[in-house]
Ligand binder design. Structure first.
Ligand code: F6R
Length: 260
């Protein structure tokens, strides 16, 4: 696992956007797995700025969702399909037909989950999966004690995650209890995992995921199993790392041609 500490969220956004741009130059039809929530927004803003400046051609890029609420009405502004369309697909000008996601209103949820895993595999697998981290250590919506081998399936959100996400809804009670999420095993199938954590509220979960033992209690610790996992933190999110000096020195002396 590579750990990169940057001063702020905007710098992290630029760094990840540069990494995605390099991937798309090499593989124009790369399948990009995107996360929702607040953390990845600087990445999407930096990518959109590149597109506006004609520094990046994303027309052949493909996008896939990490997770989705179950039971929100189709077109609800906080369904993750709506969020990805609004924050990623539209600003980048990617055709909607290049966007894959699970159906949170499917009459048969287990079948929809299995179909989504199959669709990802048939699409050739995810080239780069962008991840955030929950304050309880979740990735996607794999809450603590999710199987490290899990595939896409329905999960129940913890009270803490529902409280963390209440800011997106009119009232806390409006936050759905259930979600479809790529499993940890599904996430680990991606060729490159890039986890971004910003802000002091993520410091403890990030430290446990990076420096703690591999444990389903901290689902993000599963990145320790992946041969190409990059964790990017701003200074506040890195504030509880024991090895922060080592991570800073290592990244500062990295040859620029290596990228992430
Ligand atoms: C969202 C997702 C979640 C979030 C996490 C952090 O698609 O999968 O794991 O990344 O809950 O959310 P924010 O970034 O809003 O703090």
């Amino acid at each position: 696992m590579e750990v990169v500490i940057v001063p702020d969220a905007a710098t992290a956004g630029e760094l990840i956007a540069d990494t995605i741009a390099a991937l798309l130059r090499h593989t124009p039809d790369a399948l990009l797995g995107v996360a929702t929530g607040s953390t990845p927004l600087p990445v999407y803003q930096a990518l959109a700025a590149k597109v506006r400046a004609s520094a990046l051609d994303v027309f052949r890029a493909r996008i896939c969702q990490l997770d989705e609420y179950v039971g929100l009405p189709a077109g609800h502004p906080e369904s993750y399909r709506s969020v990805v369309l609004r924050e990623v697909v539209a600003p980048l000008g990617i055709p909607e037909s290049s966007f894959l996601g699970p159906d949170g209103n499917a009459p048969d949820i287990p079948a929809a989950c299995a179909a989504y895993d199959s669709a990802l595999a048939e699409a050739g697998g995810v080239d780069l999966q962008l991840l955030g981290i929950g304050t309880d250590g979740h990735i996607g919506f794999n809450e603590p004690c999710s199987s490290l081998a899990s595939r896409t399936r329905i999960k129940t959100l913890t009270p803490q995650t529902r409280q963390d996400n209440a800011r997106f809804f009119d009232t806390p009670d409006d936050v759905p209890h259930h979600v479809i999420t790529q499993g940890i095993g599904t996430i680990l199938d991606a060729r490159h995992l890039v986890l971004l954590a910003t802000g002091e509220s993520k410091a403890e979960a990030a430290a446990l995921a990076i420096e703690g033992p591999l444990s389903s209690l901290v689902p993000a610790s599963a990145l320790q199993l992946h041969p190409h996992a990059t964790v990017i933190l701003d200074d506040p999110a890195a504030s509880k790392l024991k090895l922060s000096d080592y991570f800073r020195t290592t990244y500062a002396s990295k040859p620029p041609w290596q990228g992430l």
